[in-house]
Design a protein around this ligand. Sequence first.
Ligand code: SF4
Length: 306
Amino acid sequence: MKYEAKKDRRSSLLFKETRAKTDIYTVEARSLLNKATGFMAAYDFTLNPYRGCQYGCSYCYAAAFSPDSQKRQDWGNWVAIKTNAADLLDRELTKWQKKYDTPPRIYMSSVTDPYQPIEKQQELTKQLLKVMLIYQPILVIQTRSPMIVRDLDLLQQFEYLRINLSIPTGSEIVRKDFEPRSPSVKARLQTINKLRYSIASNHQNKIYFSVTITPLLPTLIADRDKFFSQLMGIDRIVLQDFHPTHKNSLIASTPHQAIALKQKYAWWYDDVAESYHDFKQNLENHLIAWSSPTEILEGKAGFAYD
Ligand code: SF4
């Protein structure tokens, strides 16, 4: 493994290695628990084990938080490992515990995926789970990766946990267009069901499962009913529109591709408010027909633990 020293003042990224077209940096983080604000205000902290994200989804707002414009342009092709994350987290949670009687509310993660491919080798998220188990925070994990199943033994020891699986479309062809590097729709549906059936919520813990259809991407009519039927029984489905009034809403790090995608799916994006309404209405109808106890929440409310 060859490391290339690379000092970047603005980003504080220290070392760089290139592997499978991804630039991998290591960084000493100054803090790990970041005060949650705005959309995440229901939480005390957001927790991001990595900076950057190998999935590089075309619509990802997190690209805007890249350390510089070059990295924003290059979103998806770089990731920084916070090498001191577990120690920092331990110190920060000890500090919280000394100050407060109640557990902190933590959202992992807001600007990265904690189970992106590099986690397989790094096991950084796994280390953080082990630390958190000592303190038992109210934890929400947001991911689109089947790799989360690897940590089943840890996840089932949490007292307050919600796992959000991101599945923004029920159509594999759409997924390949919008997020070509991410796991298949099928793999994600299998993951949420494996988690649901493996981790039981009981009187000792409160563990819930959500599918976040956020942002809502087009789902082909031919795939819609099957997708809905695969969501039955999930505790919560979260819907969020694509900020239809914002003409740049699809533009993260890949403006040209994003505009092309909007044109390719004009049948959906020409009247995106109507597309959203129609999708939600059909989903509700399915839930009623299947007597599913699933709740549908929208936007910010859907991302809360409760
Ligand atoms: S997985 Fe999440 S953080 Fe990563 S690129 Fe996609 S939307 Fe952004």
